[in-house]
Design a protein around this ligand. Structure first.
Ligand SMILES: NC(=O)c1ccc[n+]([C@@H]2O[C@H](COP(=O)([O-])OP(=O)(O)OC[C@H]3O[C@@H](n4cnc5c(N)ncnc54)[C@H](OP(=O)(O)O)[C@@H]3O)[C@@H](O)[C@H]2O)c1
Length: 162
């Protein structure tokens, strides 16, 4: 969200009630609380949807994307385990749907590229991107960190300190 905003996008952040103020404070033009509002039923159209949760159908996303819009899926709410199967079905569905019309539905995996990290570092230095760090753990506490992540309610990132 912050990166899109830094590149000039108008951004709507979707989050739970306890994160509304935080998401607003890091630059969302508008915040929707998912317990009160369903962004796929708000009557708005979007150019790009960046989806970490995948809890709406692909057709719901298509319905709120502009004709040239893009849907990018990066993860699912249930993180590990079952998600690979669900994600695979979703990727195949997205591929097929992308053949029809101009909308693009794709899944993206992060690649660590030095040039991108440099851009990200510059955005942080200039205050355009502010990391949100929920908890810090030592290397010894990694199992606890994973358990916390698996609750699906971490607030921002969890980091391991070496
Ligand atoms: N493709 C890739 O390269 C890549 C890279 C990194 C991560 N991922 C995946 O991306 C997903 C997200 O990563 P993450 O590290 O942010 O996971 P995470 O730590 O599990 O995300 C937790 C956050 O999601 C929020 N959330 C839960 N349900 C939501 C909903 N319906 N709408 C909006 N927000 C909701 C939670 O808020 P509440 O506590 O208020 O519910 C919490 O703040 C995971 O599935 C992860 O595996 C993919």
């Amino acid at each position: 969200m912050q990166i899109a905003k830094a590149f000039g996008a108008e951004v709507i952040g979707v989050c739970g009630p306890r994160n509304v103020e935080m998401v607003r404070s890091i630059g969302a033009n508008r915040v929707m609380d998912y317990t009160r509002e369903d962004f796929t039923k708000s009557g708005k159209q979007y150019d790009l949807i960046f989806d970490c949760i995948a809890n709406h159908s692909l057709s719901a996303f298509r319905g709120v994307l502009n004709p040239d819009g893009k849907y990018i899926m990066v993860g699912t709410a249930d993180g590990g385990g079952r998600w690979m199967f669900g994600a695979l079905a979703r990727v195949l569905g997205a591929l097929v749907l992308s053949w029809f019309g101009r909308q693009k539905l794709i899944m993206v995996g992060a690649k660590v590229v030095k040039e991108d990290l440099t851009i990200l570092g510059d955005l942080m230095k200039t205050g355009k991107v502010t990391p949100v760090i929920d908890k810090r753990y030592s290397l010894r506490e990694v199992p606890e960190a994973i358990r916390y992540l698996e609750t699906g309610h971490a607030r921002g990132k969890v980091v391991i300190i070496f």
